[in-house]
Design a protein around this ligand. Structure first.
Ligand code: DX5
Ligand code: ZN
Length: 226
């Protein structure tokens, strides 16, 4: 794991060519990707369907960096073990999808993975109050989950600041990850608010030169992250 405060870029494979995932991974790793973000959707929690543990296992064989698995699914408890076995280093569940969040977080940890909680744009910070001390990171959604290439929801930025302040005041080693509409323009806003793990899909895979796209995001936040 990188030291706290270090900026990490997590390209989201959702916007890559699914027929050439190995190539997509190799290219972003060559450009310095810190994590590979894998979006799992079930057609119930979000109005889209993507992939399951067999594909994560195939991705794991090609990736050298850790796999950051974002579960946008109902009843994640049923699948957490399979995703960790398939190679997930970190597993994120949505606060809105889970009834017994404490149990789910402990379950992720029991399989040896890092555990994170995601909050949709409309979910308030109070949802984290009683679980913040148990999670390794919080994923703040800056779009409504389900699709790549959506517009960044700027009013979420104060929520990132609020969470950052809360974990600092409590002295918790909780990192803040952001996901949705992150590019060289929005990255400085979320980093200034306290985010340190940046997921980006279309801003990387939508560009012909992925290295340049990642570099542009890093350069945009360089001053803030110095
Ligand atoms: C959206 C996913 C994101 C998505 C982000 O529901 O969780 O990870 O790939 O895509 P961009 O960066 O294009 O908004
Ligand atoms: Zn995601």
């Amino acid at each position: 794991m990188k030291p706290a405060g270090h900026l990490q870029i997590a390209p989201s494979l959702l916007s890559s060519d699914f027929a050439a995932l190995g190539d997509a991974i190799a290219r972003v790793e060559a450009g310095g990707a810190d994590l590979i973000h894998v979006d799992v959707m079930d057609g119930h929690f979000v109005p889209n369907i993507t992939l399951g543990p067999p594909i994560v296992k195939a991705i794991r064989k090609r990736a050298r960096v850790p796999l950051d698995v974002h579960l946008m699914i109902e009843s994640p408890d049923l699948f957490i073990e399979a995703f960790v076995e398939a190679g997930a280093a970190s597993v994120t569940v949505h606060a809105e999808a889970v009834v017994h969040l404490n149990r789910t977080i402990q379950l992720i940890k029991s399989f040896g993975a890092r555990a994170g909680v995601a909050l949709n744009p409309a979910t308030p910070v109070v949802a984290l109050e009683e679980i913040a001390a148990d999670v390794d990171y919080v994923l703040v959604m800056t779009v409504n989950p389900g699709f790549g290439g959506q517009k960044f929801i700027e009013p979420v930025v104060p929520k990132i600041r609020h969470i950052s302040q809360m974990v600092r005041e409590r002295g918790l080693p909780v990192e803040i990850e952001v996901d949705g509409g992150i590019d060289e323009k929005t990255a400085p806003l979320v980093v200034a608010a306290g985010a340190r793990i940046l997921v980006a899909g279309s801003a990387i895979f939508g560009k012909p030169d992925r290295n340049a796209a990642m570099e542009a995001i890093r350069n945009a936040v360089q001053v803030l992250n110095a």
